[in-house]
Design a protein around this ligand. Structure first.
Ligand SMILES: [Zn+2]
Length: 130
């Protein structure tokens, strides 16, 4: 599958919550937020898993999130939110070391002790308000 974006993301966000750790198999996730999914072109097949059987705080914010996985490599490529046009793409898919740095970090109490906060990123103990 292939994802093409036309604009820069409006936000780049890390989430340190236990759900994102278990979902990604990493110690945090990084997502690029695009406010209008119509500006994102996705070709190829994805597998959607809703209601992942993974416990964690990330499952309790009330959003119905559809995680789209690549059927070839199994990576979470992007996710969508029911009733909202916003789409988030896992930044690792761009494999671009010059990608914009995170502007916000969520669920910071779950951050692993050896990680430093990202300089200049807003820090939130839970979800970002609004
Ligand atoms: Zn999370």
């Amino acid at each position: 599958m292939h994802v093409t974006v036309e604009n820069e993301p409006v936000a780049v966000v890390t989430c340190h919550c236990d759900f994102c750790q278990r979902r990604t198999g990493s110690v945090f996730q990084v997502s690029a937020v695009f406010p209008d999914a119509r500006a994102v072109t996705i070709t190829g097949e994805t597998k959607i898993y809703n209601g992942l059987e993974v416990k964690g705080v990330g499952t309790s914010n009330g959003d119905e999130v559809s995680y789209h996985f690549c059927p070839m490599c199994g990576s979470t490529v992007f996710w969508t939110f029911e009733g909202r046009p916003v789409l988030a793409i896992a930044v690792g898919n761009f494999a671009d070391p010059d990608f914009p740095a995170p502007t916000a970090e969520l669920h910071t109490p779950y951050r692993h002790h050896w990680l430093e906060p990202v300089a200049g990123a807003e820090q939130f103990k839970g979800f970002r308000p609004g």
